[in-house]
Design a protein around this ligand. Sequence first.
Ligand SMILES: NC(=O)c1ccc[n+]([C@@H]2O[C@H](COP(=O)([O-])OP(=O)(O)OC[C@H]3O[C@@H](n4cnc5c(N)ncnc54)[C@H](OP(=O)(O)O)[C@@H]3O)[C@@H](O)[C@H]2O)c1
Length: 270
Amino acid sequence: MSVFNASRLLNKTVLITGASSGIGAATAILFAKGGANVILLARRAEALAKVQEECRVAHQASGLKEGGKFASIPFDVSDRSQVESLLDKVPSELRNVDILVNNAGFVLGVEHVGDIASDDVESMFKTNVFGLIHLTQLLVKEFKAKNNGHVINLGSIAGREAYAGGSIYTATKHAVRAFTGSLLRELVNTQVRVTEIDPGMVETEFSIVRYRGDEGAAKNVYKGLQPLVGEDIAEEIVWAAARPPHVNIAEVLVFPVNQASAGVKYAAPQ
Ligand SMILES: NC(=O)c1ccc[n+]([C@@H]2O[C@H](COP(=O)([O-])OP(=O)(O)OC[C@H]3O[C@@H](n4cnc5c(N)ncnc54)[C@H](OP(=O)(O)O)[C@@H]3O)[C@@H](O)[C@H]2O)c1
């Protein structure tokens, strides 16, 4: 069966953080193709506008009459006041959000404990953890009130395993995993769904950000193996959202075929 049971996505409104690149951008486009409406959030306005245009083209090509409403909102999820006032900026026709995809996140550096800049520690936690929590609180209140909705959080293999050079990032993703697990349990007596998607290696801007713009170092991470791409994870996210309402995909762990854990991978000799 295709990733779409399009009828289940038609006219749903999806709010996606980190929609300006990588997994978030691919997810926005795939939802658009399935007849959903999409609110795209990230800090880079220009990149968001480009992804919104790709959403419009994908929706048009689908031939679907439903959906196809889009809005891009420049937004820093690490700024609590921006989160608190977010819904005021959402156009009224998209105000009834059905699916929240908490995707914005990043890792900075590979320094070991003792050598990590305090600003980097704080910015990773503020985005990956606090931003995700504040935004979820905002929307879960609405989901509970209407007894409907879906929270989809981007975790990582780094939320299941620790590794040297990733102390802060793995701590943030372990926090996401704990938060998501508690939310799943709290909402068990409702129709609100909670999903955690945990990717392994995905080639996006992720490693470029980690290596502070050094594209050579970022490319090196994937040498000798075929990493996942944003579209691979977008398919998992949209698939989870397109299940029948009584089905909750609680968690998905996705690796490239040559990865088996955070540290176990096979790279062909170059
Ligand atoms: N790539 C991987 O190997 C991998 C593996 C496991 C999990 N993940 C997770 O997947 C998610 C998406 O990552 P990706 O691989 O798609 O990386 P990416 O291409 O670097 O995308 C990250 C997105 O997050 C946004 N973002 C970062 N800080 C933000 C902030 N403060 N406010 C709003 N948006 C912010 C970025 O947009 P702006 O810069 O425009 O704000 C960008 O759109 C992350 O949570 C990441 O931890 C990735």
